[in-house]
Design a protein around this ligand. Sequence first.
Ligand code: ZL4
Ligand code: ZN
Length: 402
Amino acid sequence: PCHDDGGGTKQKNVCYYYDPRISYVDYGETHEMVPHRVSMTLALIKAYGLLDDMDRLRVAPATEEDLELAHDPEFIRFLRDLTPADYNADAKTQREAAEKYKLGEVWNELTHCVTNDNPVIENLWDYCQRYAGGSLAAARALASGRYKIAINWSGGMHHACKGKAGGFCYVNDIVVAIKALLDGGQFNRVLYLDIDAHHGDGVETAFMEDSRVLTVSFHQFGGEFFPRTGDAVDVGELPAGDDGVCPTLINVPLQAGTRDGRYHQLFGPIVDRVMAVFEPDAIVMQCGADSLAGDRLASLGLSVRGHAKCVSIVKGYGLPLLLLGGGGYTINHVASCWCYETAVAIGKEIPDDIPQHGYQNYYKSQGYKLHYHKEDSSSRKNRDMRSKDKITIDKVMNHLDR
Ligand code: ZL4
Ligand code: ZN
């Protein structure tokens, strides 16, 4: 238990994984994904003095075998051997193989244009090993029973599939971590919650036929918003004993412009029902920060407090909790959010004024406050669910009632 050993050091409940090499990864000058945001997050966490309240642990890079928990061996080997030099030397076969795995420049049938969402970049394999290694180590730390909460803000790459990359994600560290939790022997059921602005399609697909994992994704939906899947009608279930059914996936589509009020009319009640029906032994939460107001790619409008309230609600159930990153493209907002959520995990309130530290200048546009404000004149209107939200919650609750 948590007691003072007399030397002033307490047993810590939270462990934190961060590998500095990840922050040097460069998706390309015009790409929206900026891995440097995780080192900004850590700098802020340090500046707030939060490192004293957690154990910061080493990341062992995930091995090929680890990654094969989630992926085809051929895909993993291709990823391991892929270099920008070879790719750009245009050995035609290399490019064709890459296209098969959705790596590099890929023709997109839906938009009729070339996508380079998953560019062939320097140190790609090392990057994959390290962000997945962090999530895997975090899962093992929870399975050991030593920690209550484990954090890897470099993880949460929810779009990668068994045999292909997608949506900035090369390997799916979440699937690896969940499999490790299940294989550890202490957890029979794992709940996956995803609050990224994008649908958690890769994790959903991986566990759609697995009654030990329930995936629940809250995401912007409608129009051409990536990846266009995850409507509320896309729910899944498997037969369970005594004529019952066991839910395997739930989607909560949200309209662009959804802010704290409407988000939380859905989040709290749905998570509460999910907990009662599914009774998980552990929770994995993808905390993509592109659902925040002012994100460069998405159009949801959560405040930092609104986003972190999701974490605090989930923490409130007291189960072993794995917190992962994900999207987030306005990097000062991302660092503010994940720093605040680290404080929530620890159980410490931190002041709004961003302390002096190396990355101070990044926060000018938010007045050097953690809780930045986006113009929000119609916040009253956002409090009430719209008819679409009512249909969504009815569908989800009905699904969980069966
Ligand atoms: C970019 O390189 O929707 C914007 C946006 C600008 C600069 C150069 C412009 C060149 C990626 C995105 C034009 C590029 C147009 N620039 C690319 C269907 C798409 C077809 C290709 O948060 N165009 C593809 C993926 C999404 C699509 C979102 C979210 C990940 C996560 C977890 C993944 N892909 C549209 C894009 C660039 C840009 C490069 C971009 N890509 C924005 N949204 C997408 O859920 C980490
Ligand atoms: Zn996203």
